[in-house]
Design a protein around this ligand. Structure first.
Ligand code: AMP
Ligand code: MG
Length: 403
């Protein structure tokens, strides 16, 4: 079963290559945030629909207000949602409010602050320029134009834009359903009766949270004991899901049974060891046509590997691009020794220094069982394979966790 350790980037590329986006479904705008468009969004109207005033003030003929002060007669009013139906004649003005249509004959808005009003008379104190303070019809977008392109993850601004285009619902990719279970005789759910040789399973709830944050729907299949039949029974419950994730039992110890149990039951392995720390025993393949990711059981490894591989996979399943999580440059607070052949993800805190790059302090302990440290970490410092020793002050790339 010996297999070379494959690099992190290659592992991710191989996972992404095996995934196809979920089908589209219509979704009301109120539920669309953070999801991915399965279709282009086309404007169903022109915005603004007519020339509108951009300010509160007076609609005028610019020629009448070329030299100031200019004295005009107020002949009517145009509130937002209303209009002045007449045509502006020479020496006339219409009281107008932001968002109201500019009356026929007017070609500029004098803002309220530059006027004085005496009954039916308004005095303009500043000269008007044609077009000033008018938003032209179609300034924002025109009916029939493509506003948002398929594959885009919708931001709050995108949702507002879709609403303005008069689209009450959108065609979005279905949220990917991710079934998962932990393996291990030692594991017990939080809050349940626990034996002397047992520990609490942290991975189920941690992974569910991560799946939700990445736009998926978690299907928690619980904890399978370290028996082949139990592992097979758990895996079968994943049928119908878009992805299966197993937690633990992924390396080659006598009790690491996931691979051998499922090999007899439709698992086709693509790879199962990667050159990274934490988390060498990462497994990927297909279980009966469902893409399957086997994460290491150590809680820090499980979370870090999920961030690096499951989050991009969910993005791809949900219809997006799916790429490596973005890193940003930082400076080391303390020196680091040279790295070996495994890409290293070091838990670290971040300090912000105004006008300078953030400063990353790696924690002295990097044990992959220590959730207290992962929870405390602001970032992961990424150390490429064979990175040379680094001095304090050296530039490193960090993967932000909470800054
Ligand atoms: P394994 O990958 O099954 O060899 O597990 C590696 C280590 O992670 C062992 O110490 C397990 O007890 C621990 N572990 C496995 N699964 C979980 C889990 N769901 N929650 C907390 N620790 C776990
Ligand atoms: Mg185990």
């Amino acid at each position: 079963m010996a297999q070379a350790l494959i690099p992190v980037a290659e592992a991710r590329a191989r996972i992404l290559a095996m995934l196809t986006p979920t089908a589209a479904e219509p979704v009301m705008l109120a539920n669309a945030a953070g999801r991915v468009l399965a279709e282009d969004v086309v404007a169903r109207r022109t915005q603004p629909p007519a020339d509108l005033s951009a300010m509160d003030g007076y609609a005028v003929r610019a020629a009448d207000v070329a030299s100031v002060p200019a004295r005009l007669r107020v002949v009517g009013e145009a509130p937002a949602g209303g209009a002045y139906d007449g045509t502006l004649g020479e020496g006339e003005a219409v009281r107008i409010f932001t968002g109201a249509p500019v009356p026929q004959g007017a070609d500029a808005i004098v803002i309220q602050e530059d006027t004085e009003r005496y009954g039916d008379i308004v005095i303009a104190r500043e000269s008007a320029v044609p077009g000033r303070n008018i938003r032209r019809a179609g300034l924002d977008f025109k009916e029939g134009a493509t506003g948002l392109v398929s594959g885009r993850k919708l931001s709050p601004a995108d949702i507002a834009f879709a609403a303005a285009m008069n689209q009450p619902s959108l065609f979005l990719h279905r949220r990917p359903r991710v079934a998962f279970f932990s393996t291990g005789d030692e594991l017990v759910r939080p809050g349940m009766p626990i034996g002397p040789n047992q520990i609490v399973s942290s991975n189920n709830d941690g992974l569910a949270a991560l799946i939700v944050e990445a736009g998926g729907v978690p299907l928690d299949l619980g904890i399978a004991p370290d028996r082949r039949e139990a592992i097979r029974a758990a895996a079968r419950k994943a049928i119908g899901a878009d992805m299966l994730v197993t937690l633990g039992g992924a390396s080659v110890g006598d009790h690491d049974l996931v691979q051998s149990a499922l090999a007899e039951d439709g698992l086709d392995i693509d790879f199962w060891r990667i050159a990274m720390r934490p988390g060498k025993p990462l497994m990927f393949g297909r279980y009966r046509n469902i893409p399957m990711l086997g994460l290491p059981g150590n809680p820090v490894s499980a979370q870090v590997c999920a961030l690096l591989f499951l989050v991009p996979a969910l993005t791809r399943l949900a219809g997006g691009e799916g790429h490596a999580p973005r890193t940003v440059p930082a400076r080391l607070a303390t020196p680091l020794a040279a790295n070996d052949q495994r890409e290293d993800y070091l838990r670290a805190s971040i300090d912000h220094v105004p006008g300078e790059l953030p400063v990353a302090t790696p924690f002295p302990k990097q044990d992959s069982s220590m959730l207290s440290l992962l929870s405390a970490a602001d970032c992961l410092i990424v150390r490429p394979p064979h990175a040379p020793a680094a001095e304090a002050g050296a530039l490193v790339e960090v993967l932000p966790l909470r800054f």
